[in-house]
Design a protein around this ligand. Structure first.
Ligand code: MLT
Length: 318
């Protein structure tokens, strides 16, 4: 029997080529679909390949009675209702390694842009001004970077920050301490990381514990003038509290790639503040990473549908 694989997002052509060269599969790759079209398209799908722009919620999963697997071309599966998938026997898989370097490099880029006011300087010159005084920056050398979540991406950031002669400390309740010791990025209690960091880079998953962890209370426990980088998930930050801390100077600057709602609303409290640098969820958007995650996701689906092999499973009971 032919299985229908639907790719309702902009996933690299190499993934489509792999799927289309597999005789047992029928492939639809219409690009990014509006919600109503998406709901109609999933009705006879056996597998989906998605990026963060598609929300595979309970309604979508229930509307796809033949669905067997969802492959996420990326890391985060917060856009998939894992419980609904499990209840319907749908396996959810991701591609956890493919984005690591791109995301780490973007985070370092954000840290430099924040420290040297690069977007603001660019904008000022583009508008015809020659203002050197307004954009005096700070060096990374000799500063302490605190990393919240020392997984693959956090570790890649640690080694890159050390190349800039930064000291690195980290908080990660799940990492074996010997990995942090080998990295020279000691694991500390959260408060200790807050107290010591000149820069704080977030790389945690959103859970009940971490949702809104950067809030008025935690911000008050940080060093005055801390700079915060978030290329993980917007929901880690309470945006109203962060805006207040940016206005008061408790936080000197923030660099953001992710937002609780994407795209963020026009009146988002952090967008457009003079000491905030922002990008539209670009950290994993390199041709290198998009090829890697797309090819991995396509291979996961082929292996599962044709051979029953599952890897990188995010809902083990699925
Ligand atoms: C991820 O979770 O893989 C990244 O945020 C990139 C993306 O969602 O496309």
């Amino acid at each position: 029997m032919t299985s229908h694989v639907l790719v309702p997002d902009n996933v690299h052509q190499k993934a489509i080529d792999i799927l289309e060269s597999t005789a047992e599969l029928r492939v639809s790759a219409p690009g990014k679909l509006e919600r109503a079209t998406l709901l109609a398209a999933v009705v006879d799908a056996h597998a989906l390949i998605i990026r963060s722009g598609v929300t595979a919620d309970a309604e979508l999963i229930a509307g796809a009675p033949q669905l067997k697997a969802i492959a996420r071309a990326g890391v985060g599966v917060d856009n998939v209702d894992l419980d609904a998938a499990t209840a319907q026997g749908v396996l959810v898989m991701n591609t956890p390694g493919g984005n690591t370097i791109s995301t780490a490099e973007h985070s370092i880029g954000l840290m430099l842009a924040l420290s040297r006011h690069i977007p603001q300087g660019h904008q000022s010159l583009a508008e015809g001004r020659w203002d050197r005084k307004a954009f005096t920056g700070v060096e990374l050398k000799g500063k302490t970077l605190g990393i919240i979540g020392l997984g693959r991406i956090g570790q890649a950031i640690a080694t890159r920050a050390q190349a800039f002669e930064m000291s690195v400390v980290a908080h990660d309740p799940y990492l074996p301490p010997e990995i942090a010791v080998a990295l020279d990025a000691p694991l500390l209690a959260l408060d200790e990381v807050y107290a010591r960091s000149d820069y704080l880079s977030l790389h945690a998953l959103v859970t009940d514990e971490t949702r809104g962890m950067i809030n008025a209370d935690s911000l008050a426990r940080m060093k005055r003038g801390v700079r915060i980088i978030n290329a993980a998930r917007g929901a880690l930050i309470n945006s109203a509290d962060m805006a207040e801390a940016l206005r008061s100077g408790q936080v000197a600057g923030a660099a953001l790639d992710v937002y609780e709602q994407e795209p963020p609303p026009a009146d988002h409290p952090l967008i457009g503040l003079p000491n905030v640098v922002h990008t539209p969820h670009l950290a994993a958007s390199t041709s290198d990473a998009q090829i890697t995650v797309a090819v991995e996701a396509a291979q996961l689906i082929v292996d599962f549908l044709l051979e029953g092999k599952a890897a990188n499973v995010c809902n083990p009971a699925g």
